[in-house]
Design a protein around this ligand. Sequence first.
Ligand SMILES: Nc1ncnc2c1ncn2[C@@H]1O[C@H](COP(=O)(O)OP(=O)(O)OP(=O)(O)O)[C@@H](O)[C@H]1O
Ligand SMILES: [Mg+2]
Length: 433
Amino acid sequence: MCRATSDDESCTMLSELSTTMEDMPTPSSPIVGRASELHELATALGLGDGHPREAVLLGGDAGIGKTRVLLELTARAKASGFRLLVGHCLDLGDNAPSFQPFVQAFGTLDDETRESVGRAAGAETLLEPGRAGQDRSDVLLSVVRTLEVLAGEKPVLMVVEDAHWADASTRQLLRLLLAHTFAAPVALAVSYRSDDLHRKHPLRLALAEWARLPGVHRLELGPLPDRQVAELVQSRESTAMSGERVDDIVRRAAGNAFYAEELLEAGTGDTVPEELADVLLVRYDGLGQDARTVVAAAACAGGPVDDSVLAGVTGLDDATLHTALREAVDRRILVSVDDGFRFRHALLAEAVHDDLLPGERKRLHTRFLDVLLAEGGAAAEISLHAHAAGRADVAFDADVRAAADSTRIGGYHEAAVHLTRALEIVPAGEVHR
Ligand SMILES: Nc1ncnc2c1ncn2[C@@H]1O[C@H](COP(=O)(O)OP(=O)(O)OP(=O)(O)O)[C@@H](O)[C@H]1O
Ligand SMILES: [Mg+2]
C-alpha cells in the first residue's frame, strides 16, 4: 500500500507513474542566460564539491524556466558524481497519491540498490509502496534513512518538481527533510509555481515557514531580460527572422520563455495562440462571477486602470468591486500598482480580451468611453475605446487630439499612428482640418 489509508487504484497509478516518467526531459537547445542564478543554486547545493550547504526552494511563474534551470543543475550534479533522484508532483487535486514524488523517485532505483538500501534503511520504506500497515512516522523516518544510506555511497541530489501540487504528506515529508541535518551529503531542490500560490494555498504558508529554517535558500526566478528572450527566439529558428517579429514576441512574452516559445510556434498574428490562451485562461475561468466581470473590464482598459473607472464600467457597488478586485489579486491575475490595477502579464489581458464575445467586448469599450468622456480622460485612451466601440465620430476627434499630445512631447511615431487611424475613418474628401 502507498500508506495505510490509500486505495488500490492510487497504488496502481503510482507504480505506472514511477515506471513511465523519466528523470528529467532532455533540453532541445542550450540554456539562455541564468548564469548568476545557476551559480547561486549550484553553490548552495554543493554541486562543485559534493558538500551541500543549503536546500533550495526555487519559485517562479509558470513557464518562466524553473525546470530548465533544474535540468542544467541536474546535468552538473551528474557530471560531479551525484546520484540523481527526481520526483514530480502532479495536478491531481485531492486524488494526489501520498508521497507521490518520493515514490516516483525511489521507483527509478535498480533492484539491487533497492534491496540493499531497503535492508539498511529499515523495512518501512517508500521503496516498497505496496506494503501494508506502515505507520506514518515510520514512513517519514525511513525516507530520511533511505536518502542517508544512498548518500553514503555517493552524494545525492533529490529534486521535487512542482510542489504547488504536492499532497499534504509530501509537504510534511519535505518539512522534515528541510529541517534534518543529514550525516551524509544530501542536496534537496524543490520547485513551485509562485503564480499558483493564492492566499489560501497550503504551500504558501509552508514556504514561509520552510524559508526560515537554517540552511534553506529560497530563490525566485524572475523574467528573462528582453535581449535573452530575443536570443532564445532566434536560437529556435533556423532561418533569420525579421527584427519586427522578434521585437513583437519579446514584447508580448514579457520575459516568459514558455510564452515566447508558444508565440514563436504560432507564427504571426495579433491574437493569442489558442493553446497558449487555454493555459492562460485556466486561472481566469476559476474566478467568481464578479471577479470575472472586473477582470474582463480590466482586459479592455489597454493598461493600468483605477478602481473608480472600473466601478463606472462594471456598475458594481464599492464593496462588491473591492471583494472582486481582492479575489483577482489573490488569484494572481491582477496586481495593484500606483495608478490602480493592471494584469500580472500582458498576454493574459490579451487572452481574456480575445475570449470575450464580440458584443460583450464592444459593450465594455462603450462603457469605458462613456466613463472617460465624462471624466475628461486622455485623448489616446478615448481613441482606443472609441475605435473598439465603433464610435467613428468620437474616434476621429480623439485621434487628432492624441496626435497633437504626442507631437508636443516629440512622440512623432505615435502621432503618425493616430493621424493615420483618423484618416482611415473619414471618407476621402471629407477632411477639412
Ligand atoms: N533560460 C532558458 N533558455 C532556454 N530555454 C528556456 C529557458 N528557460 C526556459 N526555457 C524553455 O521554455 C520552456 C518553459 O520552461 P520551463 O518548462 O523550464 O518552465 P517552468 O518554469 O518549469 O514552467 P512550469 O511552471 O509550467 O513547470 C521550456 O521549453 C524550456 O526549455
Ligand atoms: Mg516546470
